[in-house]
Design a protein around this ligand. Structure first.
Ligand code: CP
Ligand code: NVA
Length: 300
């Protein structure tokens, strides 16, 4: 059966551990200059209907490093942009390539594509989740601190796609997620219900951060929410991760952010550019962990 990676829970904890451990090995190999051409002659199609820096560059460079090739397909440049059904596009594209990565607005579109694809489909961000980013975050935590099982993670801000992927990850990786969101910006009811045992909805940012082993946030307005920017700036007042808030977390607790970030909004410059910030390592690890994911999904 074709393996897809649409939600972090599509992989068991042992598969996730295997992907992360292999990513750490691939990173060392890459740094030492050792070549790995396991995906020679393989092609990854990358379909984007939203902008990207990290996701595009990491998948593209990763395929090159593994001896394969990637195709950047902006939705507006292919027939999907002119209304060709996704299902038809999936049948055609998957008959020609070895894996497909999609960044789309609607999570359901990824399911439709996967249901009609003969090759692995990877969710590279939807309105619901961003599992590739969580692979990189979990790899980054493991590299420095070891297992995240039993730890407390603070989520400060929007209950968005990143927050919801942290909720799913709390269940699979076994940590507790303490969420502080402004009124009206909690994750979806369905997610809160489903992951109830693995999350705490906190009344204040201070409560969420107290005793945290990791503090995470994301932008106040995500891609496609530009029209709400002004309203959100008002609604998110007080939801900034700054040194005062970080001082409530455990002494060694790091800060993570998927990037791009807005200094002075969801995070202060002193935190994101400070010594507890892991944002650059997190971003770099997208490369290594997605190479590992591709090897896993393609049984290499
Ligand atoms: N974190 C992340 O997915 O970044 P991009 O939007 O630049 O791909
Ligand atoms: N929550 C952000 C993540 C960007 C990587 C967005 O969806 O725009």
């Amino acid at each position: 059966m074709t393996k897809h990676f649409i939600n972090i829970e599509d992989l068991s904890i042992s598969d996730l551990d295997q992907v992360i451990d292999k990513a750490i090995e691939l990173k060392h190999q890459h740094i030492s200059g050792k070549l790995n051409k396991s995906l020679e002659n393989k092609t990854l199609a990358m379909i984007f209907d939203k902008p990207s820096t990290r996701t595009r560059v990491s998948f593209e460079a990763g395929m090159t490093q593994l001896g394969g090739h990637s195709l950047f397909l902006s939705e507006n440049d292919i027939q999907i942009g002119r209304g060709e059904p996704l299902a038809d596009s999936a049948i055609v594209i998957s008959s020609m390539v070895d894996a497909v990565m999609l960044r789309v607005s609607s999570h359901e579109d990824i399911n439709v594509f996967a249901n009609n694809s003969n090759v692995p489909v990877i969710n590279a961000l939807s309105d619901e989740s961003h599992p590739c980013q969580l692979l990189a975050d979990m790899m980054t935590y493991k590299e420095i601190y070891g297992s995240i099982k039993g730890k407390n993670v603070a989520w400060i801000g929007d209950g968005n796609n990143m927050c919801q992927t942290y909720m799913q990850s709390a269940k699979v990786f076994g940590f507790m997620l303490n969420i502080a969101s402004p009124q009206g910006y909690l994750p979806s009811e369905a997610f809160i219900e489903k992951y109830r045992k693995h999350i705490n909805i906190c009344g204040t940012v201070e409560e969420a951060c107290s005793g945290a082993d990791l503090v995470v946030t994301d932008v106040w307005s995500g891609m496609g929410q530009e029209d709400e920017k002004h309203k959100r700036e008002l609604d998110f007042e007080g939801f900034q991760v700054n040194n005062k808030l970080m001082s409530l977390a455990n002494k060694d607790a790091p800060f993570m952010h998927c990037l791009p970030a807005h200094r002075g909004e969801e995070v202060s410059a002193e935190v994101i550019d400070g010594e507890r910030s892991l944002v650059w390592q997190e971003a770099e690890n997208r490369l290594h962990v997605q190479k590992s994911l591709l090897l896993f999904l393609l049984n290499k």
